[in-house]
Design a protein around this ligand. Structure first.
Ligand code: UD1
Length: 348
């Protein structure tokens, strides 16, 4: 069997890691195509190195652009690649423009498509990721769902027969890296108490008033805030004249971290403030509270017992962020850390 994985953005490299490892334990030929959506070494190369992912076989070098230009450039470039490799399965991951381009290119060439992390829904049609998910699910032949909630969404859209519950591959990689970090803990990224923060979604970064309000709210928290600044955040702040680091404020701005350093930073923190999808779940898996600066989340399981709290309007943010760790025990909605093996089995 030949499987061709299409990835391009940071969260997809994390999901690719356990899947590539699971393929390596079989006779499957696994071809990795990197679209180049994320091209900064901090968002791309370090993930391949740290998570021991084989180097991409093909790199499309697409880079940044408007949604149409970015997605269209990938589409145009993928035809020849898919034609050359003629895989038994094209595997696409998550909800980025690379996901949608990969799915669309493959179905047009009558190649079977499997969607990993299928069935997630925010029901917010203003999010580019929501269209990418819905369109990819409806184009794909096999839907690999991470949770039973996702399975329910797929069934409700008439896609139940194509869907398989495999669990969440991010649990696989998160637990593996957590154990390695705990075996040899690095020094703390900041002295004393701190929360980890990331902001990059269009709904928080593209409007100057909204972005200024988010940055002010983070800077006003009563604990240090380790802000791991995504290039989109830095670019928008620069364009809008918003200063990130101010005298006397709480923000401590740092570069995006490699995956093991990110896990270590969350483990050393008292909580997470984010608009990322993956980080909400990683906070949950690592037993830290999360405050999500969005009006909704796809990862609704994290909301149980206030492990994750939605705080888009920023009112009373400090009290929310500083709430105590819930005493209720967590369930295991994201699987047992063996999802990648089930992905491979489903494709086989
Ligand atoms: C993308 C995904 C999002 C995912 C996120 C993870 C889409 C629509 N969005 O958002 O679902 O959660 O990746 O990070 O696919 N930039 C750089 N260097 C890079 C990459 C981006 O400087 O390596 C800057 C550019 O200014 C670019 C902007 O970030 O225009 C946005 O990048 P883009 O790939 O469009 O989306 P992300 O915000 O990273």
């Amino acid at each position: 069997m030949r499987v061709l994985s299409i990835v391009g953005a940071r969260p997809q490299f994390v999901k690719l890691a356990p899947v590539a490892e699971a393929f390596a334990a079989t006779a499957t030929e696994h071809v990795i195509v990197h679209t180049g959506q994320h091209y900064d070494a901090r968002l791309s190369d370090v993930f391949f190195a740290d998570l021991r992912i084989p180097a991409p076989d093909v790199h499309l070098g697409v880079g940044s652009g408007s949604h149409g230009v970015q997605t269209g450039t990938m589409l145009a470039a993928l035809d020849a690649v898919l034609d050359e490799h003629r895989p038994d399965w094209v595997l696409v991951y998550g909800d980025t423009n690379s996901t949608l381009a990969g799915a669309l290119a493959a179905v047009k060439l009558h190649l079977p498509v499997a969607h990993l992390e299928a069935g997630l829904r925010s029901f917010n049609r203003r999010m580019p990721e929501e269209h990418n998910r819905v369109l990819t699910d409806h184009a794909a032949d096999l839907l690999l769902a991470p949770t039973s909630v996702a399975m329910g969404h797929l069934a409700a859209e008439g896609l139940g027969e194509r869907s398989v519950l495999v669990g969440d591959v991010m649990t696989d990689v998160c637990f593996r890296v957590r154990d390695a970090v705990l075996a040899a803990p690095p020094g703390p990224p900041l002295p004393g108490d701190y929360v980890v923060a990331t902001i990059h979604r269009a709904e928080n970064t593209d409007d100057p008033d909204r972005l200024a309000a988010v940055v002010d709210a983070l800077d006003g928290l009563s604990t240090d805030v380790l802000l791991l600044a995504h290039p989109r955040l830095v670019a928008r702040c620069h364009a809008f004249g918003i200063k990130l680091e101010r005298e006397g404020g709480s923000l401590r701005v740092a570069e995006p971290l490699a995956y093991p350093q990110m896990v270590a930073a969350v483990l050393g923190s008292s909580g997470v403030v984010t608009d990322s999808g993956g980080l909400q779940k990683e906070a949950y898996l690592l037993g830290r509270t999360c405050t999500t600066l969005r009006t909704e989340t796809e990862w609704v399981e994290t909301l149980a017992d206030d492990w994750n709290v939605l705080a888009a309007d920023l009112t009373g943010l400090d009290a929310i962020v500083r709430r105590p760790v819930p005493s209720a025990e967590q369930g295991t909605p994201y699987g047992d850390g063996h999802a990648a093996e089930r992905v491979v089995a489903a494709l086989l």
